[in-house]
Design a binder for this molecule. Sequence first.
Ligand code: PFF
Length: 455
Amino acid sequence: MSSKAQFSTKIGLIAATVGSAVGLGSVWRFPSEVQANGGAAFLLIYIACVFLLGIPVMLAEFSIGRGGGSDAVGSFRNLAPGKKWWFAGALAILTSYLILCYYMVVAGWTFEYMWESITGHLYQPIENVDGYSSQFSVRMQEYISDDINPLIHTFVVIGINLGILLFGVQKGIERISNILMPMLFVLLLAFCFVSLSLPKADEGLKFFLNPDFSAITPSVVIRALGQAFFSLSLGMGVLITYASYFPKDTRLIKTSFTVSSSVIFVAFMMGVIIFPAVTSFGLQDATLKGPTLVFATLPEVFAQLPYSQVWSALFFLFLTVAAITSTISIAEVSIAFMQDRCKMSRKAACLTMLLPLFVLSTACSLAQGSWSDIKLFGMNIFDLLDYLTANIMLPIGSILLCLYVGWFAPKKFLNNELTNYGAITARTFQIVVFIIRFIAPVLIASILISSFLND
Ligand code: PFF
């Protein structure tokens, strides 16, 4: 049973947890958020959110998972028998599953871009389009709005996930994370090196590193908070599930610092890669912004480097690796639930998890193409799932989690898990509990409220 499964080594445990956190959120979403929200000012607030709020909430999830020793629902049930707190776990499972459905589609795009870089198709000139800048945005539109190709690539990524997940926690998730995470860091460093050696790299660095404090507005703070939660995989049951695989002697505080610092490191390095490249090639005023930064702006940069295809293929391999180590963690939340609650075998749980995933991912993929006109609440299904999960379900789940751990969890459990059986000082413990009780729920509620006010 998955509740008995454990990560076998400390390195493996860190690689898997960092792998879950470091994903498209840090490598794709973060640079576009920085660009849209005032550069360095956003970076600073993001870092503050990760350390001041992200780590305490991560500790809350770790405690529930390790203390409860089961899937997201089972852990709450074990800790609060006869109470309704399991609902918070159920919400987390549903949220993570819905995220998986559209996350797989974006992971499919990164895979497709890797493949199109290898074949060279990405860099073939398009007729009647002048200039690279528009060429790559046309290409992106062409790839994403096609019905068949993105779907095939999404299915390939789902297949890769299945292949890993069938092997279980140690032989699947842990082993593949041990291989992929070092690879991810090596590729990241290689790209930093390339980017920093470009001419005029310093201008991009200035935008990324010189804070303009006048750019800080309440909405920037709220977006930074949302980015921090998404990039740390908080509020979705992932960390509860993974922590149930932590051995009892795992130091939760140390682990949470390692995971959060790695996420910040990767996000920071992505800024160091992207912004110098953008200024170096004079693309800062281009219309290519936001989510297209990675898919349309960077190919333009690669096109101007020697061995374009090689750099491009390596970069999209890097994105694909980051995505896959996250998708396996999201899928594991539902698989653990089915194994523990429904007593299914691992194989049956993996296959059951797949069926609705195929349907919903297909819908999300087609939502960029021929189904783009099918709208619910004014949004296509891709945007709707993104909005629902990130702006509504995730904040509600995180608030419930903080309320339970801060106010209702048995004191002995909290003390044992959070202090790791006395390994941290009483003062640190008090600060963490104070944030979980008072600060985190209020700030998370602000995301929720602001998302309603923005409508
Ligand atoms: N933290 C991952 C990222 O930044 O891409 C995304 C993620 C992982 C979201 C796990 C949700 C989740 F359950």
